[in-house]
Ligand binder design. Structure first.
Ligand SMILES: [Fe+2]
Length: 185
């Protein structure tokens, strides 16, 4: 007879919402003009080089995100002030995607959507253990998810512990998807 379920380990996506100033989109297109970018996980899109100093456009985003990350630090038993490790912007046109990756040297990561048209590519959190190499479920439920897809929306923030593998589906809309990823420790 089963008596109860214990979940000693969890892999969660936390979702929040912030106000995105109207000029942020313009500022990020301006940033792209002077930054050839880099290719880490991005395919067919532009990703800025890694930024460490707070740029003017990032301040209103960070002032809203940091209190949430501080709350998550508590949840994970981290008893110190949040500090920004680095961040980067993404401008992803039609067809752009991000392959599976993690965010090393960071505790908590956040991705905020600045522009998110319909069907611009869901954020995909991937199961970090190999459960599905052993258990072959016939029905999908909260005990056997292989992935979790979150639909982007302007102002939505997805927070996750930086060890979790994640990817982004291809942008199927005719407009750009714009996001900024932040790492904290
Ligand atoms: Fe990422």
């Amino acid at each position: 007879m089963l008596t109860h379920q214990i979940t000693p380990f969890f892999s969660s996506l936390f979702v929040g919402e912030i106000e995105v100033p109207d000029k942020t989109e313009f500022e990020l297109y301006k940033l792209r003009e002077n930054d050839a970018g880099r290719t880490i996980s991005v395919v067919n899109g532009w990703q800025s080089t890694r930024l460490t100093k707070e740029e003017a456009w990032s301040k209103p985003l960070l002032s809203q995100i940091i209190p949430d990350v501080q709350e998550l630090f508590l949840k994970f038993g981290i008893d110190r002030q949040v500090s920004l490790t680095n961040y980067w912007a993404n401008i992803s046109p039609k067809g752009a995607l991000n392959t599976s990756h993690k965010h090393p040297q960071s505790c908590i990561s956040a991705c905020v959507y600045i522009k998110a048209p319909n069907k611009c590519g869901n954020f995909v959190l991937e199961r970090p253990d190999n459960l599905l190499d052993f258990v072959v479920p016939d029905t999908v439920n909260e005990n056997n998810y292989g992935v979790w897809e979150e639909i982007p929306k302007k102002g939505k923030v997805v927070y996750f512990s930086s060890n979790l593998p994640h990817s982004v589906l291809p942008n199927m809309s005719d407009e750009d998807r714009i996001s900024v990823a932040f790492n904290f420790r």
